[in-house]
Every structure is written in C-alpha cells, then in structure tokens.
Design a binder for this molecule. Sequence first.
Ligand code: UD1
Ligand code: MG
Length: 438
Amino acid sequence: VILAAGEGTRMKSTRAKVLHEISGRSLLGHVLHAVSSLNPIETRVVVGASKDDVIAHLSSIAPHARSVFQEVRGGTGHAVKLALQDYSSDGVVMVCAGDTPLLTGATLTKLLAAHSSAQASATVLTAELPDPSGYGRVIRNPDGSLSKIVEEKDATEQEKKTLEINSGVYIFELASLRSALTKLSANNAQKEEYLTDVIAILKNDGKKVSAFLADDYTEIWGINDRAQLSTCSFIMNARICDALMKSGVTIVDPMTTWVDLSAEIAVDVRLEPGTTVKGVSKIGASAVIGPRTTLIDCDVATGAHIFESHCESSRIGPHSIVGPYSHLRNGTVLTGNAKVGSFVEIKNSTIGDGSKVPHLSYVGDATIGSETNIGAATVIVNYDGVEKHATVIGDHVRIGSDSMLVAPVTIGDGAYTAAGSVITEDVPPGALGIGRAK
Ligand code: UD1
Ligand code: MG
C-alpha cells in the first residue's frame, strides 16, 4: 500500500507532489520501482489530492496497480483502512509513502526478511537522523525493544530528543493490522487517525512489534518542498553516476553531469562537465559527450563526439562529430562519419555517410546523400509560410556557400550550386545550378 493522498502544500505547485520528477521518473514511479522488487501480489495506491492526474499517471506507468480514493484526509491510519477495505486475504502488507524516492528495493527486501525472522506482527523501518525534526520518534523500552511511535507534534521534550525516527515504511501481519485499525482514534494534535498508533495498540494486545534500522538514512528522506526535491535529485544522480562509473563510463565531473535512470551508456564513454542525458537515450561505446551538451531521447552510436550542443530525438551515427553550438531537433539522423558544425540547426532530416554541414546552416525536411558538402550559411527553405516541403540532395554534391534551396527541390548526385544562389528548380546530376540576383 502506497500512501499518496496528501496535498503536498509546501511544494507550492499546481502539479501533484508525487508527480514531480527526479532523474526522469516521478516520485511515485520511484516508490513503485522499489516496491516491485518485493513482487507483491497486489499494489494499491491511496490517492486524494489531484487524483485524476495521479490515476492517469499510474495507469501509464503501473497499470497493474490499483488506486483507492481517499476523499477526506483522515490520517495515515484512515488511509490504510480504506486501502484494505475489500482485501480479505491473510499474509503481510507493506505500507509506505509515495514521496520517498530514495528508498531501495534492497532495503525493503531486508526489512521483509527482518520481519519474517522476528516473527513480529509489525516491523517498522527506522533511521537515525542527525536532525530528526518533523518526523515521528521511535520510543524504545529500556531493554531496547520497540515501545511506540510518537508524532513530533504530540511528543514530550524528552521524546523529541530521540534521534531514531519512523520512516513511514512498515510491514504488518494483515490479521493483526485489521484488528488494530478498528481501535484507532483521532485524539491527537492533528485530529487524524495515525497509522503509527497501531504499534502501541498491537503491543498492548500482547503482539510482538519490532523495528529495523536502515543502513543509509538518506533512503528514508521524504520530499515536502522544492529544496528537498533538489537534495534528493542530487543523491539520486550521484547514485546513477556512481553506477555508471563502476560499469566503465568516465564522468569527468559528476557534480555537473545529470543522467536520467532511463539512459543506457556503454563502456568507455566519456561524459564531459555540464552534460545532461535525458529520456530514453542510448550512447554507444567510446563516444564523447560534452562539455555542456544536452541529449534528450537520442541514440548516439559508438565513437561519436558531441560537444557544446543540444540534441533531441535524434540518431547520431558512428564516429559523427557534432558541435560546437549545434542544434539537432526531432527526426535528425546522421548515418555515420557525418560532421555538423557551429551554429547549425537540423530538423527531420537525414545526413548520409561522410557528409558535412559545417557552418551556420539550417537543414529541415531534407534527405542528403553521402560525401556531400553543404557550404557555409546554406538554408534549406522548407516552409512557404503554410506548408513544409521536402528537399533531396544526392551523393557527392557541393552546395555553394550562402545557397538558398527553395523546397520542394532536388539536387542530383555530383551537382554543384554556385555561391549566393537561390535555387528554385531541380539541378540535374553533375550540373551547376546558379541563380543570383543581378
Ligand atoms: C508520517 C508518520 C511519521 C513519520 C513520517 C515519515 C504518521 C502519523 N506519521 O508523518 O511518524 O516519521 O511519516 O515521513 O503516519 N497520507 C494519505 N492520507 C492521509 C494522510 C497522509 O494518503 O490521510 C499520505 C501522505 O500523502 C504521505 C504519507 O501518507 O504520502 C505520510 O503522510 P504525511 O502527512 O506526510 O505524514 P508525516 O507527518 O510526514
Ligand atoms: Mg511526510
């Protein structure tokens, strides 16, 4: 059960808190990912604030998960009651929150193992924080066993000094939990039914409750505001960069290199400072990316070199060179050994093997063959103000500098255009096209 009905007021956002993203994945997506490593029979998500958006997101990323609507915020205990309303099987349930993206499947697996070996009715994942403020405190008996959880707003000065806090992640025996939930009251500072009170209730019923201390306290960090969003992004990104470096990728400066979880980066790739790799991007072996380059949903082949550039939904073939200051837009394909140079924008175009667009050009809706050179300041005039038109340029073509190729137009293999020409008619193979103003 993932609790995600909260308002997220402190985010000051029009978007639901759990839909904010870290490393290209929503906060809720991170939690679902961690939870999936337990192979749950069923996953339920309690939704409330911005429920339509959260439900739509859920159906796209985790269609197997079921949403449960909590109309009024009655507290974490109330939320769990709702989630289990029509679930009558026995076994165990894990409860966590939808805003703790750093939680790992490995820790959840250890928590479940600790719960089983303790044969407890409930096991709470706890952590020792340098600054526990804001969290529920874990109160232990003199013998070290778990006594209860006290919310900060209800805690005594003495209890507030406890550094061990409740992560908000628990494993419960379903039968015990069901009976404890009926005994919850909202007689507390927040006038809510606290799930945390279940611990003391179980204890009073003579049931065994236990606590499992997380190795890494950063895993339990929840996100309430934008500053915490940034802190958690930073930690997640450091994890991603660490894993990449262990797998054989050179990252010159992990502090300024941001890589989404969905990126695939091969060995001996070198990421230079200021590089961002977003979306479903793939980078082949020995490619060099950066400095100061952004790739979004790009497929970069082995040995390519892209620097000081912005590339989106593009395919960059083997050993191609892009940059500095190139802008590859959606649908750009460099088949291989191509060169795209400074201040060049390309959209929805294929540049054949060994062809070059080295300086100050716009190429849109064009197909360019192999070993062709596009002279400096060439513009493919693809737009007549209403519609876009296609341009075809053959192999071994030499387009003179400052040519305007007015689409639709075809330039045959081995043809030339004279510098400064406005080409409005097809140029046959091997011919010279010239069209200059007097
Ligand atoms: C809760 C715990 C606290 C723990 C902390 C860890 C309780 C009473 N307290 O406090 O001991 O240290 O988490 O982060 O459980 N939610 C619902 N419906 C509700 C209320 C909350 O779905 O009616 C969801 C929230 O969206 C959130 C989660 O439950 O994802 C926790 O609620 P929140 O209000 O953040 O509780 P905390 O005060 O942080
Ligand atoms: Mg919280």
